[in-house]
Design a protein around this ligand. Sequence first.
Ligand code: CP
Ligand code: NVA
Length: 304
Amino acid sequence: MKKDFLSILDITKTELGEILSDAERLKRQKRAGVPHELLRGMSLAMIFEKSSTRTHISFEVGMHELGGHALFLNAKDLQIGRGEEIRDTARVTSRYVSGVMIRAYRHGTIEELAEYATIPVINGLSDREHPCQLLADILTIREHFGDVRDLSVAWIGDGNNVCTSLVLSSALTGMAVTVASPKGYGVDPGTLERARKLGGNVRTVATPEEAVKDAHVIVTDTWVSMGDEKEREKRLAAFHQYTVNDQLLRKAAPDARVLHCLPAHRGEEITGDVLDGPQSLVWDEAENRLHAQKALLVKLLKKQ
Ligand code: CP
Ligand code: NVA
């Protein structure tokens, strides 16, 4: 049976543990120059409906380092851009490559692709989730703090795709996740309920100050996600008290660290001082996309 990765909850706690350990090993091997061509001869199709820097580069380089090949496919240049059905693209792609990574506007597009593809499908970001980002974030937290279980994470800002994957991941990691968002921009209540049902320790609070109190990790993201551009002015007004700045950071645990999936907007969701400062782990976080996804690709594509 092929396995897809559309949501962070498509893997179990055990599988997450394996992916993290494999990612750490692959990272050491890359640094030491030890070849690890575990996917030799395999190809990954990468379909993008939206822009990308990290996801595109890390998947493409990841496949290369694993001895395989990745194809960058702009959705506009494929026949789906002219109306070919997703299900037909899924069936045909399955005859050529070993896996598909897709970044799409609608989560439903990725679900349909996964339903009709006979090869693993990976969500490279949708309007609902960004599970690959969470693999890298958890890897980064574990690398810095060691055991993640007793840590508290504060999410400041939009209850968006990355926030949803973070909240759900609490059920896998045991980390406590506290979300502070402006009214009308909070994480979906169904997501909180789902995380709690599966044992996640998640809550929402009214202010960023409350959220960061005693937090070990502070996470934020853009106030205007891809697809939300028309609401930019309205969003900037709604979020103006949700900037992760020095003052807010001082209210967290003294050794707290900051994550941001990037791209960042200095002076909006995060100040330059914090993003470029000593408590920021964002560059390790960006690098870890590569190692975490290589481990994921091996898990999903390698024939046992
Ligand atoms: N964090 C992230 O997914 O970045 P890109 O949009 O550049 O891929
Ligand atoms: N929430 C952002 C993440 C970008 C990587 C977006 O969807 O645009």
